[in-house]
Design a protein around this ligand. Structure first.
Ligand code: VGL
Ligand code: ZN
Length: 206
């Protein structure tokens, strides 16, 4: 049983990232069963939800002549363009109905500013605008985070790196995550996690 100063983080398990969605992570629905199985063991659960306005900068459709997965310059450096996804208030932005978030005590929404994307649940992609999650976790006295969800190489990955950099003892439950994998991005992300001392584990072990 994880200690009470541990929080389970469930990242972006939303309809648009699951098979059939516009930014589907292949086999992404495979994360739902292990996450549901983990939840009863945790006293504290929080979720992150990608939550973009329809005119969001990260959507290729908002850049004439550009296609999804092109990279453009932004005020904060290179930004990958995505298919339209997780638009505020649309069914595709909802959590998957099979995911049992009934005990989640906080939902952090991110990416709601038109001009900044946000992969991490802690900081937006300019790497300086905080979501408030670090303050929340500290004020609640949490010391340890266990991270699950989508996508291993983007929102899960950047959330994990930030958690470790912020000084939380950080664990990634690898079988409860699934990635997009653009040009080896999953492997690169796991290497960065290892370099920061993240414990790569699995859903049964934590
Ligand atoms: C994500 C790309 C764009 C994710 C969100 O949840 O990993 N990836 N928006
Ligand atoms: Zn997004």
């Amino acid at each position: 049983m994880p200690a009470s100063d541990t929080v389970l983080m469930v990242i972006d398990v939303q309809i648009d990232f699951l098979p059939g969605g516009p930014l589907a992570v292949k086999d992404g629905d495979a994360v739902i069963a292990p996450i549901n199985k983990m939840m009863p063991r945790f006293s504290n659960i929080i979720a992150a939800q990608d939550w973009h306005p329809a005119d969001h900068f990260s959507f290729a459709a908002n850049h004439p002549g550009k296609s999804p997965f092109d990279v453009v310059e932004s005020s904060y450096g290179p930004q990958t363009l995505w298919p339209v996804h997780a638009v505020q208030g649309t069914p595709g932005a909802d959590f998957h109905p099979d995911l049992d978030l009934s005990r989640a005590e906080l939902v952090v929404r991110k990416g709601f500013r038109r001009d900044i994307d946000s992969y991490s649940a802690f900081y937006e992609n300019d790497r300086t605008t905080p979501t408030g999650l670090a303050g929340y976790l500290r004020e609640r006295g949490f010391k340890r985070v266990v991270i699950t969800g989508l996508a291993t190489d983007y929102c899960v990955g950047f959330s994990t790196l930030d958690a470790a950099k912020l000084g939380f003892e950080t664990h990634l439950a690898l079988d409860a995550c699934w990635g997009i994998d653009i040009d080896g991005s999953i492997g690169k992300m796991l290497d960065q996690m290892a370099a920061l001392g993240v414990t790569i584990t699995n859903s049964e072990a934590v």
